[in-house]
Design a protein around this ligand. Structure first.
Ligand code: NAD
Length: 366
């Protein structure tokens, strides 16, 4: 989620100013009066392949906030696909609305029609507020959807694979910070007990970590805390906890000017997209503070790897094996950052950009 302050600051910018800032290729505004659909599909970069990225449904406080979110998220997908070695570009979509109240078959199928009209330039999947069942409705209108239920020959919910990759990245970050990748006895705070958060907590529990958890939804929080013996903490309290590892698993932008000074952890490793409100400012602030930051787009790529493998012929074992490599890639990024005196987000972006540039050149001739 983007802070309202940031959105206000950007009100003076036109849509094209925002789109050109990070060189996005295409933004599609989808509207349908009958179903009440208001959605934005955003394609950031298609040098490596079609833009694949999930659809998020969220009660944004303004359209500007939704646009800002989808621009940031789609750009993140470009980096995620590139660093994971996938032949995919970056895209994302947001539907403005309350996923618990406003979602229905007609709205999702209408949204599917808009995706169909993009002729495969954009492929959707699940994100916050969406389920495999929703993908089924979208599939009724377009083939450009991944993350379908297993009963339909799809790869099912990507969340367990996302959680596994995040866990691998967390272990690599622990190795860097503490000299051992064991999480036994480590205090880990998880912000967001949603799909990925809960699977991550399950993995942490198996390794006997001491888990703290918070969420906006009380019921979900109670359920997850009871199931895995995680201690419930407040939504604000999580930033002040004396923990080893802070794991943002809700929405983005939680690492910012208001929170960095409060953090007492040595490692940040979570699945949320766009955790740094400002990549350069806050990436650098974490480095100065001596916090090992595992770049989000690198360690949360398991879900993308999973939905990508659905497109090329799904094999669950292969998807997990590829996701496991995130451990080594994360250590490589830490090494690169140290060698080049940059923060870890910068190093990961550099690695991804290098691949986009070199493969772009490969494809420059017929
Ligand atoms: P989800 O909707 O199932 O869960 C998110 C949870 O976070 C919700 O329960 C929500 O109430 C909670 N939350 C949001 N903001 C919060 C805050 N400030 N404090 C506490 N709780 C908060 O979503 P998900 O699929 O688990 O995804 C979580 C994050 O991981 C998102 O940023 C998503 O973009 C990212 N991600 C998900 C996948 C995937 O496979 N689902 C893959 C890569 C990245």
């Amino acid at each position: 989620m983007v802070a309202s302050k940031e959105v206000k600051l950007r009100k003076d910018k036109s849509v094209f100013d925002l789109v050109s800032e990070h060189n996005h290729e295409k933004v599609v505004f989808c509207h349908d009066k009958d179903t009440g659909l208001k959605a934005i599909i955003c394609i950031h970069n298609t040098v490596l392949g079609p833009a694949l990225g999930g659809t998020r449904m969220w009660s944004y406080t303004s359209e500007a906030e939704a646009l800002e979110d989808v621009l940031r998220l789609s750009r993140g997908m470009t980096y995620k696909a590139a660093i994971s070695g996938l032949n995919l570009g970056g895209g994302k979509a947001v539907i403005i609305g309350d996923a618990k109240k406003d979602k229905n078959e007609a709205l999702l199928r209408k949204f599917g029609r808009f995706i169909k009209n993009l002729n495969g330039c954009y492929i959707t999947a699940e994100d916050v507020g969406m389920t495999t069942k929703d993908m089924e409705y979208i599939r009724m209108e377009t083939e450009h959807v991944s993350g379908l239920p297993e009963s339909m020959g799809g790869s099912g919910d990507p969340s367990p694979v996302s959680a596994y990759g995040t866990y691998m990245g967390m272990k690599a970050a622990a190795k860097k910070a503490f000299g051992s990748d064991s999480l036994e006895g480590r205090k880990v705070s998880v912000q967001g007990a949603g799909h990925v958060g809960a699977y991550l907590i399950e993995l942490l529990k198996k390794e006997n970590a001491e888990i703290y958890v918070t969420d906006i939804y009380e019921d979900r929080l109670r359920e997850v805390s009871k199931k895995f013996g995680a201690k419930v903490v407040g939504m604000e309290e999580i930033y002040d906890l004396d923990v080893d590892i802070y794991s943002p698993c809700g929405l983005g932008g939680t690492i910012n000017d208001n929170t960095i000074d409060r953090l007492r952890c040595k490692v940040i490793a979570g699945c949320a997209n766009n955790q740094l409100r400002d990549e350069q400012v806050h990436g650098s602030a974490l480095m100065t503070k001596g916090i090992v930051y595992a770049p989000d787009f690198l360690i949360n790529a398991g879900g993308l790897i999973n939905v990508y493998s659905e497109l090329i012929g799904y094999n669950r074992d292969n998807a997990y094996a590829q996701t496991e490599r995130i451990y080594g890639y994360t250590l490589d990024i830490f090494d690169l950052a140290e060698k080049e005196g940059m923060h870890t987000q910068q190093a990961a972006m550099k690695m991804a950009e290098k691949r986009i540039e070199s493969i772009g050149r490969v494809r420059s001739t017929f």
